[in-house]
Design a protein around this ligand. Structure first.
Ligand code: HEC
Length: 419
């Protein structure tokens, strides 16, 4: 499951950002038998979802109300989760105030469409009153629960969410876990994580995309002309969707679509494509209008029409840059900065520094092939720092091309394709 690979990767990187006094580390290690803690909790039935791993631990909020993590919080709707403790002076105040800004950016949606959960890593010290004061100190925001539970169960919970380090010494130091924000939506089974100190814009856009399934709403759709077909097969249900991926081997298109009125809510669906239809007619990240009929054997698509702005190229360059921009915000900006100035929140702790993609003098002489290779295979593949990881396992080739196109668009002086 690549999602978790990304989370663990970010978690490991986040750790590099904090400095901790060495002597404190060894003291804070407390051996924990995770299997034993798991065994003392009531078992959860598996539904084949990411959240299957989340234990149903009991948590109490700043008002003294009690919840089961899975039954009462995860299952209820989209959540944003961070781990903190009130005496954490190093990173927590910074991340909590960033979350307060994020809360403001979501406005009325918090509490209704999404719930913020801040879970104490130090429940033996953080009383309900402490959490209540902390909540007040950071603005008494509605829809934001400060939770405490059993120490060991909390440890199990954070591990189950991917917020941990493989090095037990580092892992035992709770200041290290406070920098990561995990968010997701059990209904759509989409989860991701970002450094809590990422820009509000990046956090909000990514949370909308992953947890609120709001990607469709937030993208401006081109106009389309739907080819009407003869409605002799029974009722045709129509809607539009964004092509997420195309699997040539299995001949499948995965479509994230809007609600199909009268039939189904907005969701992600996989369509098998008949042999006679050329798959390259349906490029990733393009909008299609579709019509389907509901037959006893399942849904059958009877029309699928691309919403086209530019019929000349497979993917218009502007769309490539736009796709690259959103991937860049998601995967690269934490180090390289949102504008490619090498000033992301994690840049400070890295040596060598992340490259400045806005520096045309440096970037323009590098070839597209070279940039593709660095992003796809990682810095080590070209003799650069391994902190520049390879993204080929996470991103499709098309996404990497988008990232190259986006980096080109940042260059000052501008990049010009040589004739
Ligand atoms: C964990 C931090 C981090 C993340 C995340 C990251 N990079 Fe990097 N990147 C680096 C560092 C550090 C370097 C500098 C490597 C060096 O100079 O040895 C670098 C260098 C580069 C270079 C320049 C290579 C060169 O020859 O100078 C490119 C291009 C690049 N990154 C693209 C990306 C893209 C695209 C993404 C997102 C998919 C990304 N990076 C994500 C840390 C990161």
């Amino acid at each position: 499951m690549w999602l978790w690979a990304v989370i663990v990767f970010i978690a490991v990187i986040a750790i590099a950002g904090c400095s901790v006094v060495e002597e404190d580390r060894a003291e804070s290690i407390r051996p924990i038998d995770y299997a034993a803690i798991k065994a003392r909790l009531p078992p959860r039935e598996s539904r084949g979802k990411v959240s299957d791993a989340f234990p149903n631990v009991s948590l109490t909020d700043q008002y003294g109300r009690t919840y089961r993590f899975f039954d009462d919080l995860v299952k209820e709707g989209p959540i944003v989760v961070n781990f903190m403790f009130t005496e954490c002076a190093l990173v927590c105040p910074g991340t909590t105030s960033n979350l307060a800004r994020l809360h403001a950016a979501f406005g009325d949606a918090v509490g209704k469409d999404i719930t913020f959960l801040s879970i104490s890593l130090d429940p033996e010290n953080d009383s309900q009153e402490d959490l209540h004061s902390y909540w007040k100190a950071f603005g008494s925001h509605e829809g934001w629960l400060y939770l405490r539970g059993d120490f060991e169960e909390t440890e199990l919970l954070r591990r189950s969410m991917g917020v941990y380090d493989l090095d037990p010494v580092v892992d035992a130091d709770k200041t290290q876990h406070a920098g990561l924000l995990t968010f997701g939506n059990d209904a759509t089974d989409r989860w991701a994580a970002l450094p809590a100190l990422s820009s509000i814009h990046d956090l909000k856009a990514t949370i909308i995309r992953f947890a609120l399934a709001g990607r469709l709403a937030s993208r401006r759709r081109p106009d389309s002309t739907l080819v009407e077909i003869d409605d002799t097969q029974g009722k045709i249900y129509r809607s539009s969707g964004l092509i997420q991926s195309v699997d040539e081997k299995r001949r499948e298109i995965i479509l994230e679509h809007e609600a199909v009125p009268g039939l189904m809510p907005s969701m992600t669906m996989t369509f098998a494509v008949a042999q006679e239809i050329a798959l390259d007619r349906f490029p990733v990240d393009r909008w299609v209008d579709f019509g389907l009929v509901n037959e006893a054997t399942g849904f059958r698509v009877v029309e699928m029409v691309l919403q086209v702005e530019d019929t000349n190229s497979r993917i218009p360059p502007s769309a490539l840059v736009a796709a690259g921009q959103s991937d860049y915000a998601l995967y690269c900006a934490s180090c390289h900065g949102p504008g490619g100035d090498g000033d992301g929140p994690m840049a400070g702790s890295l040596k060598p520094k992340p490259a400045k993609h806005s520096n045309g003098e440096y970037m323009n002489p590098l070839t597209d092939e070279y940039l593709f290779q660095v992003v796809h295979e990682g810095g080590a593949s070209v003799g650069k720092s391994p902190m520049m990881a390879g993204w080929g396992g996470t991103l499709s080739d098309e996404q990497v091309l988008g990232l190259v196109a986006f980096m080109r668009s940042l260059a000052e002086p501008p990049y010009a394709v040589s004739p």
